[in-house]
Design a protein around this ligand. Structure first.
Ligand SMILES: C[C@H](O)[C@H](O)[C@H]1CNC2=NC(N)=NC(=O)C2=N1
Length: 94
């Protein structure tokens, strides 16, 4: 799957509040009330990522969880990254 163009990325980002592009990645940080709440959210994301066979880079610092999405095989951002970002958003909204 080829990497998306700059314009395609900007267009798709329009529907994903809080997500932004950082180089060849899509990024967003989520804040939780407690450290265990953040860990539980990561566990849910991990299940979805494994089912999708597309895996985010995850950084947790106390109550802040940062996701970085990129398609390593393509060397950039592909629709898979947007699919995963939307799935993370759905989990966060649930
Ligand atoms: C074979 C398997 O689908 C690939 O190795 C997948 C696994 N998960 C992946 N996750 C991410 N983020 N990028 C990839 O290129 C990738 N490749």
């Amino acid at each position: 799957m080829p990497a998306l163009s700059d314009i395609e990325i900007q267009r798709s980002l329009g529907a994903l509040p809080g997500w932004s592009r950082k180089g060849d990645t899509l990024v967003k940080s989520y804040h939780f009330a407690t450290f265990p709440a953040g860990v539980a959210f990561i566990a849910q994301v991990a299940d979805i990522a494994e089912a999708m066979q597309h895996h985010p880079d995850i950084d947790i610092r106390y109550t802040k969880v940062h996701f970085s999405l990129s398609t390593h095989d393509a060397g950039g951002i592909t629709p898979k990254d947007f699919d995963l970002a939307r799935a993370i958003e759905e989990l966060a909204a649930a």
